[in-house]
Design a protein around this ligand. Structure first.
Ligand code: KG4
Ligand code: ZN
Length: 357
């Protein structure tokens, strides 16, 4: 076995089939030897969203090819792999099973440890692929399925400070994009639309902005946009609505992040004020700028993953695998996939009508 462990990571929780090989390094930042990502956008486009059965079928068709490609690009032979890490949840269960079972079979045949990874922990640790980072830090995780402020205490040790009580931020972007007739996946394209519009044209609501601490809510925003879209038709008005949506989100995140900073500092004294923003929506340029601004104003150092590592990818899964490998936290081959895996297992369920904030 090589001195610096080499981890093969696998990600199939939703609509990206990805395999990555990373190697530990003395400098504290692992080397990404390969990170092959195959997106299924073309398959789901005509349905306007991810169709689980089609996603799983595509993972089955591609996983072997993607794994071979990742190995070839890395220049690493299979017998040099120290451990296999695969996403165990959360995600679509039939999609998770493909990568998890492939990973288990590979680990078993190579006789190396198998490590199940929480997909959200992958996002949480993704900045570690390019930055030296010490625990604890404050994390804002904004993806297609989750929006949470968390204190990252240690590997596998999270305290949730706030969460969305309805839609995730990526979901709000995608649903708004759909209402504006932007084709799937709408989030990134909506940002382009927004650049062409007047952000002061529509006054949109900021749900629970004055209550609920750093909890978030986006569903009311979507309803307001639905009502406006019924009365607009020109392209210019659509650009203006996209710009107003983008600005409203930036303002909500600015205010809620300030609250999260206070909660992070109040409850847990820290030496370093580090703020990590991760997940697919962390690729949004306007949101990045606004969160850098609020961090600077409050003396936090803000760190974002590389743009390529914001969306789903296997390098972030291998990153968690590497940290677990060093602590010898291995899993048995009967580890089940868990579509509802959480980061803070003690946190209260805060979704749905009548939720008490
Ligand atoms: O983390 P991710 O790749 O998958 C999940 O784990 O959910 O996040 C995907 C989400 C989608 O909702 C997508 O529309 C959104 O991230 N997204 C963006 C941008 N790029 C991706 N939302 C806003 N602006 C972007 N530039
Ligand atoms: Zn994700």
């Amino acid at each position: 076995m090589t001195k610096n462990p080499i981890i093969l990571g696998i990600e199939t929780s939703c609509d990206e089939t990805s395999v990555s090989i990373i190697q530990d390094d003395e400098c504290g930042i692992p080397k990404i030897l390969s990170n092959v990502i195959s997106s299924q956008t073309d398959i789901h486009k005509e349905f306007g969203g991810v169709v689980p059965e089609l996603a799983a079928r595509s993972h089955v068709e591609k996983i072997n090819i993607i794994a071979k490609k990742a190995l070839k690009e890395s220049g690493i032979k299979l017998d040099k792999i120290s451990a296999i890490a695969a996403t165990a949840g959360p995600g679509l269960i039939i999609c998770l099973s493909v990568g998890l079972n492939f990973g288990k079979a590979l680990a078993s045949s190579l006789n190396v440890p198998f490590i199940g990874v929480n997909h959200l922990e992958g996002h949480a640790l993704s900045p570690k692929l390019h930055n030296k980072l010490d625990y604890p830090y404050l994390l804002l995780l904004i993806s297609g399925g989750h929006s949470q402020f968390l204190r990252v205490n240690e590997l596998n040790d999270y305290t949730r400070l706030g969460t969305t009580i309805d839609d995730a931020l990526g979901e709000a972007f995608d649903k708004t994009a759909k209402l504006l007739d932007i084709e799937f996946p709408g989030g990134p394209k909506l940002e382009e639309f927004a650049k062409k519009g007047n952000s002061n044209r529509f006054d949109l609501p900021k749900p629970i902005i004055n209550k609920g601490g750093c909890n978030l809510s986006f569903a009311g925003l979507k309803t307001a946009i639905l009502k406006i879209t019924r009365n607009i038709s020109s392209q210019k008005e659509k650009y203006d609505l996209a710009a107003s949506f983008q600005k409203t989100i930036e303002d909500i995140l600015y205010i809620k992040t300030k609250i999260a900073f206070d909660e992070f500092l109040k409850n847990f004294p820290v030496k370093e004020r580090t703020f990590i923003v991760a997940g697919g929506v962390a690729a949004n340029n306007g949101i990045r700028k606004k969160l850098i601004q609020v961090s600077d104003e409050n003396h936090f150092v803000s760190i974002f993953p590389d743009l390529k590592l914001c969306g789903d990818n296997a390098a972030m899964i291998a990153m968690v695998g590497l940290e677990k490998f060093k602590k010898k936290r291995f899993d048995n081959l009967d580890l089940p996939s868990n579509p509802r895996l959480a980061l803070d297992k003690k946190a209260k369920f805060l979704k749905g009508a009548g939720v008490q904030l």
